[in-house]
Ligand binder design. Structure first.
Ligand SMILES: [Zn+2]
Length: 323
């Protein structure tokens, strides 16, 4: 497609004037907030940008990459179309390029021709990878991460780091040579990035089994700092002394993990490993998300934390159901 570029920085700036144009969402990710929070604020422009622009007649969309620090590398990621709204092409561009186009557009008319080779093919079969250390009780403590990544890179942090931590945590628990009280199950989910298909398939296959707690690692391989927790006050009170054994604080916050979120309806205590994510979004969903960006010592600390928490949750006295 080809058209004049209109730069917008909020949904409100869309209107009839974008008809026939290419909309550039030039919304910087804030650097003064925790990175995962700042990311959550701007992800909507990538996810829904094509839908909202197409509603107003735009013919294409460009999205400023969701990062505070760029080395002229585009950051890809999930985007949606909606039934009844034209499916217009959309691409992410590096922050440097977005800023440049915005500068030029402020001075005069900018025209662009978009030539994209990407396309969505039909779905193909895939699989979750599941392994467990059986306990005396069928009650499950789940350790999760996701196997898939984006095509531009190899996904070392997202979510290779989480996958390796889950494998290593299971290896360490097995090396104890003790049978846990509850069953500890590792789940490497398929297709988190394009819509949680693996998580939904897991729920279908195993959702009727009792899940006491689920822990996810999907924020990179940085130094572990805290546990994010979603649960009831009773679950929190039960968790605190257990989590204290890992030397990490518990923060109540939403989005402990995308894949394990499907267990929320079951009342499972949901936990997310919160590593230092200062540099996570520098490489997130880019060709630069490679193994050289992962610090082995930090990665190992995360694996230790997962192993310790999973083991202690599996051994802890019963959490009495709320009456
Ligand atoms: Zn991920």
């Amino acid at each position: 497609v080809e058209g004049r570029v209109v730069v917008v920085r909020s949904w409100e700036e869309l209107g009839p004037h974008v008809r026939g144009t290419i909309v550039l969402y030039d919304v910087p990710m804030r650097g003064d907030l925790p990175p995962r929070v700042a990311y959550g604020q701007v992800a909507r422009f990538r996810v829904r940008g094509a839908i909202e622009a197409a509603r107003h007649g735009a013919v294409g969309v460009l999205v400023r990459s969701l990062t505070t620090r760029s080395l002229d590398t585009p950051h890809t990621g999930m985007m949606r179309y909606e039934e009844g709204v034209p499916r217009i092409p959309a691409a992410a561009i590096p922050t440097e390029q977005a800023a440049r186009i915005a500068r030029l557009a402020a001075r005069g008319e900018v025209r662009l021709r978009l030539s994209l080779e990407s396309r969505t093919r039909s779905a193909v079969p895939s699989a979750n990878v599941i392994a467990e250390i059986p306990g005396d009780s069928p009650e499950v403590v789940l350790l999760g991460a996701h196997l898939d990544s984006w095509d531009v890179g190899c996904g070392a942090h997202d979510d290779g780091a989480g996958v390796v931590q889950v494998l290593e945590a299971m290896r360490r628990i097995r090396a104890l040579g003790q049978r846990p009280r509850r069953t500890i199950r590792a789940v490497l989910f398929s297709n988190e990035e394009r819509g949680l298909d693996g998580a939904r398939a897991y729920l279908q296959g195993f959702g009727r089994q009792p899940h006491l707690a689920a822990i996810e690692s999907d924020l990179g391989g940085g130094l572990p700092l805290a546990w994010a927790m979603e649960g009831t006050p009773a679950q929190r009170a039960w968790l605190l002394p257990i989590a204290a054994l890992t030397d990490l604080p518990v923060d109540e916050e939403p989005d402990s993990g995308a894949d394990i979120s499907v267990l929320a309806a079951q009342g499972t205590l949901l936990l997310g490993l919160r590593p230092d994510d200062t540099h996570y979004f520098d490489v997130h969903h880019t060709a630069g998300d490679t193994l050289d960006k992962v610090d082995p010592a930090a990665l190992a600390r995360g694996a230790s934390a997962l192993a310790a928490l999973a083991w202690e949750l599996a051994q802890a006295p019963a959490l009495e159901p709320a009456r």
